[in-house]
Design a protein. Structure first.
Length: 285
């Protein structure tokens, strides 16, 4: 999982010539059989994303979309601890944002839409903790395969953030209203068995089996008609596509909130390893 070459690696007779892969810093992009494997590669930050990470993930998903040899995408995290822990809270505490990007924007909403819009199934291989914006990423994937060591949850209200777009509305579609509200209001972490029982994970395997299992699912998908799969994915999405509008609204609200004293308090408290004092910072009653 360390391939950082300039062309995607392929090993399938089904594969066509793969497009060139840019030199990524926060993401690793590989081709294996008819699957693109996209790995968030910031293990020292538990694979939290900064603006650059999101920008590279967008490029990686576009590569997979454009590559006719790719029939499924696997999204995972580097190392054994974390799939993705959402926004880089330390970066936010330091600079008040998620760091510089080429576009000048933090494009998490566009990444969400891309995971939904790419007309190929996206499989989350959840190798560790999936929390906050990292939890939203796996929820948006078509399928989730979890390591038995994986943990799942939302953290925004604990660190001065929220995703009130797909992060709330689509989560409720997946697990139901009561469980979605519990996940967001209590910010607990749930184990892999609970995630499977709640329909957050399709299956749970031992950690050493995770990538093989994800590849088996991708290979099985690759035996099917790409056009049939494409229409099915678009059909599944159509019923919740209105949530993209909600997502735009939610991201605008979040931009304002994270810059407020209450939002900033959450990030500062996390970085300083202390309990946040939200109550004294609330401006909106
Ligand atoms: C994930 C934990 C539960 C793991 O706990 P534990 O196993 O005890 O390990 P730790 O010792 O806590 O962590 C190890 C190491 O990793 C660092 N780390 C972990 N998570 C992050 C992170 N998100 N950012 C930066 N660094 C992180 C941690 O500090 C440790 O480093 P040391 O140097 O060893 O101290 C636990 O770590 C945890 O709860 N992490 C925080 C999870 C979190 O709050 N995530 C962010 C949620 S909010 C979010 O993701 C929304 C982002 C977003 O989608 C968004 C969208 C659109 C617009 C704006 C936003 C936005 O602004 O938020």
């Amino acid at each position: 999982m360390t391939d950082q070459t300039t062309t995607a690696t392929t090993s399938s007779s089904r594969a066509t010539a793969a497009p060139a892969v840019p030199a990524f810093e926060d993401v690793v992009y590989e081709r294996r059989n008819a699957a693109a494997i996209i790995t968030i590669n910031r293990p020292e930050r538990y694979n939290a994303f900064r603006g650059k990470t999101v920008e590279e993930l967008i490029k990686a998903f576009r590569l997979a979309w454009a590559d006719h040899g790719v029939q499924a995408v696997i999204l995972t995290g580097a190392g054994e601890k974390a799939f993705c822990t959402g926004g880089d809270v330390k970066q936010r505490a330091e600079t008040g944002d998620y760091g510089s990007t080429e576009s000048g924007m933090f494009e998490i909403g566009n990444l969400h839409k891309l995971i939904r819009d790419i007309p190929k199934p996206v499989i989350a291989a959840v190798n560790g903790v999936a929390v906050g914006g990292g939890h939203v990423l796996h929820v948006l994937c078509d399928l989730t395969i979890a390591s038995s060591t994986a943990r799942f949850g939302q953290a925004g209200p604990r660190v001065g953030s929220f995703d009130a777009g797909f992060g709330s509305a689509y989560l409720a579609r997946v697990v139901g209203e009561k469980r979605a509200r519990e996940i967001w209001y209590l910010c607990r972490l749930y184990d892999a068995a609970t995630a499977e029982r709640w329909g957050l994970a399709n299956t749970v395997v031992e950690p050493e089996r995770l990538m093989d299992e994800a590849m088996d699912w991708a290979d099985e998908i690759a035996e099917k008609s790409p056009t049939a799969i494409r229409f099915l994915k678009q059909s599944f999405n159509a019923d919740t596509d209105h949530q993209a509008g909600l997502s735009n609204l939610a991201m605008s609200a979040l931009d304002l909130f994270v810059a407020s004293p209450e939002g900033a308090e959450g990030a500062a408290a996390f970085a300083e390893k202390r309990t946040p004092d939200f109550a004294s910072k609330v401006q909106y009653h």
